[in-house]
Design a protein around this ligand. Structure first.
Ligand SMILES: [Ca+2]
Ligand SMILES: [Ca+2]
Ligand SMILES: [Ca+2]
Length: 194
């Protein structure tokens, strides 16, 4: 194999690796309900982002699978105004697999953008729903997705927004790894006693 061939293969691997790690979040309308949610699959990466569009009456729903101990971070930032941040004015909710509201944020991000973090205590599919103010902003926790004022699209906010989702996986070592570490320590102690 020539040096050029090796270099070409190496650059191809780099390109494919970068593509897999940087798959942007893309919405496919209509993603307005839990049943038509766009799936977010981080595929081994810890964060993903995309520019998504909100229109009057629009709700953007994304599904994501979390394990016990996974730490989820969600952020929206309106880029439809100058300076950015004020439009669209987003409201974001996190719903469990039964469609019940677990978490809600209106302006926790920059300007009128939304932001929240969530530590998962169950292995389940969750839904992240983005709507426009005032839809959802007064929804009580535990309310059902799609009920009146609960991400039902009752708003006129419109424009593109930057949408970022990150997941820090559970950082607990496997039992097998613990045994390996313990075994290594015992071997080291036995060696030092000689
Ligand atoms: Ca949309
Ligand atoms: Ca939508
Ligand atoms: Ca807001």
């Amino acid at each position: 194999m020539t040096r050029t061939t090796i270099l070409s293969l190496a650059s191809m691997l780099l390109v494919f690796g970068a593509t897999a790690a940087q798959a942007a979040i893309i919405e496919t309308e209509s993603n307005n309900t839990l049943a038509t949610a766009d799936v977010i699959d981080l595929a081994g990466a810890t964060a993903d982002a995309g520019v998504v569009n909100l229109t009057a009456g629009d709700v953007d729903v994304f599904s994501i699978d979390l394990e016990v101990g996974d730490f989820l971070g969600v952020n929206t930032y309106g880029v439809g105004s100058v300076p950015p941040g004020d439009s669209p004015n987003t409201v974001v909710g996190l719903f469990d697999s039964a469609g019940e509201l677990l978490l809600l944020d209106d302006d926790g991000g920059q300007a009128l953008g939304s932001n929240f973090t969530y530590l998962s205590s169950t292995a389940d599919s969750f839904y992240i729903a983005v709507t426009g103010y005032p839809d959802g902003q007064a929804a009580p926790l535990g309310s059902t997705f799609g009920a009146a004022g609960v991400f039902d699209g009752s708003h006129t906010a419109a424009g593109p927004y930057l949408f970022t989702v990150s997941v820090l996986p559970q950082q607990v070592p496997e039992p097998a790894s613990c045994l390996l570490v313990a075994g290594g320590l015992l071997a080291l102690l036995a060696y030092r006693k000689r």
